[in-house]
Design a protein around this ligand. Structure first.
Ligand SMILES: Cc1cc2nc3c(=O)[nH]c(=O)nc-3n(C[C@H](O)[C@H](O)[C@H](O)COP(=O)(O)OP(=O)(O)OC[C@H]3O[C@@H](n4cnc5c(N)ncnc54)[C@H](O)[C@@H]3O)c2cc1C
Length: 463
């Protein structure tokens, strides 16, 4: 007899989801999270009556995608109150004007580029096997339809929002899977109570089905004997036995630190060493005395050759006007801010080392950009909190990545790192293995796939 059937390391979206899915299948489950709070990158804190996400979130497909499917499977459907964005509730800020894209492209583009865009939309909707496009990058694919800089800038921004890497690295197959499913369901939204509501619901699911959730405790080692998982050692000194351990702690961290390289062969270690994380982010949470915008999301961007723009950032240039994704949580749910106030959250993707070299300038140019998008912002500011790439790395590891192992042409779809690791009883879950989708969707989809693999294995053994 082991102490637990399942031990899950890490309480992010992937960890809490797999814990709930397996606990609901009568498996005795323990989840261990090193921070005092669960949720990982998807966590919320409270400050002066505002409920603030540590990251910056809006959610794709909500109850219609994997985030909702996990709740359905654990018998907790309708637990989350989603506010869905309406067709008139988002705006794109470009050169000091607000637009509704893609509709407004008709006004802004030369006819032949607009026709190229329409052709792209029509052909994309007919693609049956997106895997065939997994190894082609979005920039090359887009060039087949148009080279117009505004359209390229728009796709660069969408890729940044979905995958937090530049579009010339993003897998077209992954991009089309995300774009078409999102268009089909038209359901970008945000949960009442902040992003933490999602992992909290999953953690409640673990408890409801008899499992345990331990926070403020770090797993220091995954114990292996004769190439099989035996259990986990915690920083509290406790040792729990289990024949199945699922790590949400990041694939590199799991292999290199929690297990140790000596347990793996050279070719596997080379694959792990070659994996690349998504880029990190600078986020600014802005508490305002009064509402300055009626929209649920504003995206601010500039129209210039996007690959050149990204390369100049890598060389150390801080753009005068910085691209920003700005969800406004209190316009989704008024309870996210005290009455009469507004909460804005703004995020831009920036590599950790690049930000560290020029922190003050990144923050100064960010505040100037946000003032331009929302005139009067500084005069109405109650306070603002900044989360840097370094903060993201300190809180949740994975080199400060926003997503996990990035959805590039080498690492998406058929090339995604496997959920099963080459040690009996050892699995990965979350943004580092399996799955597809946008941010939290990827992590929840990974949990759905992971639960299928494990339940099938258990069934084979017990038959
Ligand atoms: C700034 C920002 C903006 C984002 N915007 C969006 C968005 O708009 N939409 C969207 O869908 N997604 C967005 N995301 C991405 C999304 O939050 C992540 O993709 C998702 O939450 C990752 O889930 P995960 O399962 O991979 O786990 P993670 O969140 O990586 O959690 C892993 C957990 O494991 C714990 N852990 C690590 N090591 C140990 C150990 N040894 N012992 C115990 N516990 C351990 C960590 O503390 C952490 O809680 C954003 C993220 C950030 C940071």
């Amino acid at each position: 007899m082991t102490d637990y059937d399942i031990v899950v390391i890490g309480g992010g979206i992937g960890g809490t989801a797999i814990g709930a899915l397996l606990a609901s299948n009568q498996l005795k489950t323990l989840l261990v999270e090193k921070n005092k709070f669960i949720g990982g990158r998807c966590s919320t804190y409270e400050k002066e009556g505002f409920k603030v996400d540590l990251g910056v979130h809006s959610f794709a497909r909500c109850q219609h995608g994997p985030l909702g499917e996990v709740l359905n499977k654990i018998g907790m459907q309708n637990t989350i109150d989603w506010s869905i964005i309406g067709s008139d509730e988002a705006r794109w800020h470009l050169e000091s004007k607000l637009y509704q894209f893609p509709e407004d492209f008709r006004k802004l583009l030369p006819k032949e580029d607009f026709l190229g865009l329409l052709k792209l939309i029509s052909e994309t909707s007919k693609i049956k096997n997106t895997n065939e496009l997994d190894t082609i990058n979005v920039k090359s694919w887009l060039n087949q339809y148009t080279t117009n800089t505004l359209i390229h800038s728009y796709f660069y921004i969408i890729c940044g929002l979905y995958f937090v890497i530049p579009y010339h690295a993003v897998s077209t197959g992954e991009f089309i899977r995300c774009l078409t499913t999102l268009n089909k369901h038209q359901s970008v939204g945000y949960p009442k109570g902040g992003c933490i509501s999602i992992p909290s619901a999953y953690a409640d699911g673990i408890r409801k089905h008899g499992g345990s959730v331990k926070t403020g405790t770090t797993v220091e080692e995954i114990v292996i004997e004769n190439d099989e998982v035996k259990g986990v050692k915690l920083d509290s000194g406790e040792f729990f036995t289990s024949n199945i351990v699922i790590s949400n702690a990041g694939i590199k961290e799991t292999v290199n630190t929690l297990i140790g390289r000596k347990y793996f062969d050279k070719s596997f270690l080379k694959e792990i060493d070659n994996l690349k994380y998504s880029v990190s982010a600078l986020t600014i949470k802005i508490a305002l005395k009064k509402p300055l915008s009626p929209y649920k999301i504003v995206v601010s961007f500039t129209s210039e050759d996007p690959e050149k723009k990204f390369k100049s950032i890598l060389k150390g240039k801080v753009p005068d006007e910085i691209d920003y994704f700005i969800p406004i949580p209190s316009n989704y749910h008024s309870s996210m801010a005290p009455e009469g106030c507004q909460l804005m959250t703004a995020g831009t993707f920036v590599p950790k080392e690049i930000f560290e070299k020029n922190k003050e300038k990144w923050i100064e140019n960010s505040m100037n950009t946000l003032e331009k998008v929302f005139p009067g912002l500084s005069n109405n500011l109650l306070w603002c909190d900044i989360t840097t790439p370094h903060d993201i790395e300190t809180m949740w590891g994975k080199e400060g990545s926003v997503i996990g192992i990035s959805q590039t042409t080498e690492q998406a779809g058929i090339n995604r790192p496997s959920i099963s690791l080459p040690i009996e009883g050892l699995y990965m879950v979350g943004g580092d293995a399996g799955g597809w989708g946008i941010g939290t969707e990827l992590a929840a989809q990974s949990a759905l796939e992971c639960s299928e693999i494990i339940l099938k294995k258990i069934k084979e053994i017990t038959m």
